[in-house]
Each structure stands twice: as C-alpha cells, then as structure tokens.
Ligand binder design. Structure first.
Ligand code: PHE
Length: 337
C-alpha cells in the first residue's frame, strides 16, 4: 500500500507538470470520493493495527501534498494567464502613430475657392447659372447674333438648334441683369464647354469665373482697380497688370489683361515664355446693347465684366505645363498641392 500511495503521488506530480493541466479533473481523479486515494483508504480495513496508523499518516500526507500541488499549480496558471493577457494587450505608447490618410481639395477646386474668396472680400456675391443653356443667353443676348464670326471661336455642343452646352459663363451676366436691378456686383464660376480636341492647353470641358459690376458711374478705372487687387492677392503684392486692346462682342471697349510674371518679375523666363507678361483674362465695359437687352438704360448705368479660366490661373500659379494633369486624377500629381 505504501508503494501504491507513492505511485499516486508520482502520478499526480507528473500530471501537474503539464502547463495546461486540467486541475479540476485531476482533483476528482486523485482526491475525489471515487478517486484513487479514496480507493486506497477503503482497503485499509485489511491492514494490521501497527500498519494502519503508518499508512493512514502517509495517506494524509499524500493527500495534503497533492492538494497543495494543485493549489500551487492553480496559482501558477493564474499568473501565467495574466502575464499572457498583459503581453497580448500591450500598448507601446512610444510607437509612432498611424496617421489617417486625409484627402484634400483638387487644385482646380482650391484655386476656384481662392478666387471666390478674393472677390467675396471685395463685396461680390456668387451666382450660378445653368450649364445647359439657350442660344439666346450664351450668344444672342451677349451681342453675338446668329452667323456672327465670334461664334467660331466658341463652337460648342448643341442639344437642339436652340439649346447648347454654354461655351462661357457670360450668360450668367444676362440672367442676373434680367432679374436684378443695379447695383449688381457678382461673380459666376462654373463649367463651360467647347468643341475642342484635348491637348496640353485645351479641353472640351473647363472652368471659368466671370465677374460683372453694373451701377451708376462705373468706369474702366473701377475695372482696373478690381483686377489689380485680384492679381496682387492671387500672384503677390509686386504683381502689375497691363491692358491690351481686344474685341469681345459683349464689351466695349474690350481688353485682354496680362499680369507681370511673378517668377522672373518681368525679365523673361520659361513661365512667361520670355515675355515678362502672362495673359490671364478678358474684360471690358458692358456693351450698351447688352444692357439695353436687359432693360437697363445705358445712359443711366454702366458696368464692367471680366472672365477668366480657372485652369489657366491654376496652371500659371503652380507652373503646370499640361492641362491634362488636372483631369487625370493621378494622386502622385494631386498630392503636390
Ligand atoms: N467670356 C469671354 C470668353 O470666354 C471672357 C470675357 C468675359 C471677356 C467677360 C470679357 C468680359 O472668352
């Protein structure tokens, strides 16, 4: 019986050595009512009076031994589980963080917003108009009758003979003057369309921003001051502007407006193609026929208008030499702005 008790002790020690030992199952197996130790104690009836206390004492000792071993193992398992949990859930606060990828405005949208902000700062409000437009607003009301040669440079996409995709944002001038009496001080940004093949400086869809001011006593001096403020804010305080005579059917007199090159300061460089000046927009005093067509008396009121390409301003400002980059949505390009 002594050997049997020792065997039980050894077996318990061996089983408890496994790190994942199932302690409850082992307790039942060794110490339970139907367990191995109980079975030995049951056989004590057959022992002599001398043997009985010796075996009894040994049996108690083995029981206590196993109980203690199980308790120690339980403690060890608890500690190990906690250590594993701490390791698994470890948070190294000194590691660099993962910055979420944040998007940004497309350069065209950003420049359009910059342009809007400049004019809003001068008291203009934003007016939008339809991209699908009547021939009347896109051409006729702007002093461009049917068969006028000015239509050639603004050939567009026709939906019917009368309805087309607007080739300029100027129809918003007319729509505004029809609805609103002077004083008028608006800008109208938006998409325009022309029947042009795609190349480095053309796209059948592009963006313009038009401006219109109508009031009593508006002169070309007001136009110059407004555009100079725009140019200096957009391209830098040292920027100069220059007016060159031009022709637009809806303004008289008309001008093309250049800014002094903000890269070379006028000496001539790659951006200004050696000119020292960069053309940025068209402008002029609203033609009396256009005012009259909107029931505004040209003897009482006068106004100026200007229009520019958002793509063009963006390309000049950032030195982009091919317009197609602006439409390809290649993040390697877009990320640079
Ligand atoms: N709409 C003209 C164009 O697209 C630009 C412009 C606008 C010129 C307003 C003068 C006044 O070419």
């Amino acid at each position: 019986m002594k050997e049997k008790l020792e065997q039980i002790r050894q077996a318990a020690v061996a089983e408890l050595a496994a790190p994942e030992a199932d302690l409850e199952a082992l307790r039942i197996r060794f110490l339970g009512k139907k367990g191995e130790l109980t079975a030995v104690l049951r056989g004590m009836g057959g022992l002599t009076a001398e043997e009985r206390p010796v075996i009894g004492a040994l049996a108690n000792e083995v029981r206590e031994y196993i109980e203690k071993a199980i308790a120690e193992k339980a403690e060890a398992q608890k500690t190990a589980a906690l250590a594993k949990k701490l390791l698994d859930e470890r948070l190294d606060v000194t590691m660099p963080g993962k910055a979420p990828a944040v998007g940004k405005r497309h350069p065209l949208a950003q420049v359009q917003k910059d342009m809007e902000d400049i004019f809003i700062g001068m008291g203009f409000s934003i007016v939008e108009g339809p991209e699908v437009e009547y021939d009347y607003y896109n051409f006729q009301a702007l002093n461009i009758p049917e068969n006028h040669p000015a239509r050639d440079t603004q050939d567009t996409f026709y939906i019917t003979d009368n309805i087309l995709l607007r080739s300029q944002t100027s129809p918003v001038q007319v729509r505004t003057m029809e609805k609103q009496r002077p004083p008028i001080r608006i800008i109208s940004p938006g998409r325009v369309y022309r029947s042009d093949a795609v190349d480095a400086s053309h796209s059948p869809l592009f963006h313009q921003l038009e401006g219109l001011v109508v009031d009593k006593g508006i002169t070309m001096g007001d136009l110059k001051g407004t555009l100079e403020t725009f140019a200096k804010t957009m391209f830098g305080e040292q920027t100069q502007i220059r007016f060159r005579p031009h022709h637009f059917p809806f303004t008289e007199p008309s001008a093309e407006v250049d800014v002094s090159c903000f890269v070379c300061g006028g000496k001539g460089c790659k951006l200004c193609k050696g000119e020292g000046w960069i053309e940025i927009l068209g402008a002029g005093m609203v033609h009396p026929n256009v005012l009259r067509g909107c029931n505004i008396d040209p003897d009482e009121y006068s106004g100026f208008a200007f229009g520019m390409g958002v793509e063009r301003i963006t390309m000049i400002k950032y030195g982009i030499d091919d317009m197609r980059y602006l439409y390809e949505n290649d993040v390697r390009f877009l990320d640079q702005f």
